[in-house]
Design a protein around this ligand. Structure first.
Ligand code: SF4
Length: 368
């Protein structure tokens, strides 16, 4: 063996993933799906070379499905009032003394129009489980969605918390395209410790009720809350089997004034690995990169994990909050549409046109 060959062998070995991982990734790259054991094997990877190949394969599959297009969602968190006390959430009811707000219909319409003008593909109307918006048979919520729908020509996502089944047809009729509701974990015992005094099955059923009403649905999981690799694999499988067209992972960020405020924060690796495995297990699903965890500093690494959507774009100087990071990168303008478009340009990617985005969701929209 020549010195040249020996050197090449060493280099080849240095970048090759293990044979088991390569076998799973090569199956995934042909979009042949993944079984439970394979999903758990991928979310459990420890070796840096294996993880790098996981991300590369997720990018290849995403680019094959969606080309170089990335869709962008504007975020209007219009009420930070909530009747619940989720253990991880800054806006839990028992976190008293916070500055909270409830935007008026006129403010929300105006914000939505600004986001449309700036070039988003979708406006996400998010609120806590605000008793004022739920009053009179959810009149405030329905009115908010229909007012925004009359004013904008982009898609609308409603993220209003857990609702009774009869409300979903009204949400759809008011003009919402999507309904988002995150379980955060599909481990029932962990769920009870996160979403205190809430019903696991009621929350899980939301997605089925929404789909029956003709709404596209989004489901999500949280990493860094004491979840194991098995929990993450279970969540990926459950979210896929629920038939949600958009699935996501986000890293828990400790929040002041909550029971989890002293938890040691984790890095985002488990979140990004979960995203990459979702991409391989369910190649055609929409998978967001959220700006709500690490701001724009975390954008490129999430695109590299196979995301095809950017969420939590928030206009600066309008006193709007994020969810996981209520002020990160907002007032410096880094979460503005313009800044995100420039960042995507730098990555050789383009924002979807509204027609492209609309065709993508029409192809996935469930029948009522
Ligand atoms: S996560 Fe949502 S439902 Fe839970 S306390 Fe926060 S705003 Fe309320």
């Amino acid at each position: 063996m020549t010195t040249e060959n020996t050197t090449r062998d060493v280099i080849t070995r240095a970048v090759r993933p293990s044979e088991d991982t390569e076998g799973i990734l090569s199956k995934a790259s042909e979009c042949r799906g993944l079984d439970r054991n394979e999903i758990e094997a991928l979310v459990s990877l420890k070796d840096g070379r294996d993880i790098e190949r996981l991300f590369e394969t997720a990018q290849e599959v995403r680019d094959r499905m969606f080309g170089n297009r990335i869709s962008v969602y504007g975020f209007v968190y219009f009420s930070t009032h909530c009747r619940n006390s989720c253990a991880f959430c800054y806006y839990r009811q028992t976190n008293t003394g916070l500055p909270r707000y409830r935007k008026t219909r006129e403010e929300v319409v105006s914000l939505s129009c600004d986001l449309e003008d700036a070039g988003v593909n979708l406006v996400d109307l998010t609120m806590g489980e605000d008793p004022v918006m739920y009053a009179d048979g959810y009149a405030g919520l329905i009115d908010m969605i229909s007012s925004v729908n009359e004013a904008v020509d982009v898609a609308i996502m409603a993220s209003p918390g857990a609702l009774p089944p009869e409300v979903f047809p009204r949400i759809r009729e008011a003009g919402a395209d999507w309904y988002a509701c995150y379980q955060e974990t599909h481990n029932r015992e962990l769920f009870q410790r996160m979403r205190l005094d809430q019903d696991y099955d009621f929350r899980l059923s939301q997605k089925a009720w929404a789909r029956s009403a003709g709404l596209l649905t989004e489901e999500g999981m949280l990493t860094g809350i004491g979840d194991t690799a098995k929990d993450r694999a279970d969540s990926i499988l459950e979210m896929g089997e629920l038939g949600c067209q958009q699935i996501r992972a986000m890293t828990f960020v400790p929040q002041c004034g909550t029971p989890m405020q002293d938890r040691r924060p984790t890095d985002s690796l488990s979140e990004r690995m979960a995203m990459a495995v979702m991409r391989l297990a369910y190649p055609d699903r929409l998978i967001p990169a959220s700006l709500d965890v690490e701001g724009t500093d975390g954008l490129a690494s999430r695109i590299d994990a196979g995301a095809n959507i950017i969420t939590s774009i928030v206009p600066p100087h309008l006193n709007l909050a994020g969810v996981a990071q209520h002020d990160l990168d907002i007032d410096n303008g880094h979460r503005s549409v313009q800044h995100i478009i420039e960042m995507l340009d730098g990555m050789g990617r383009k924002v979807s046109t509204n027609n492209e985005y609309k065709s993508m969701i029409e192809a996935r929209r469930p029948k009522a």
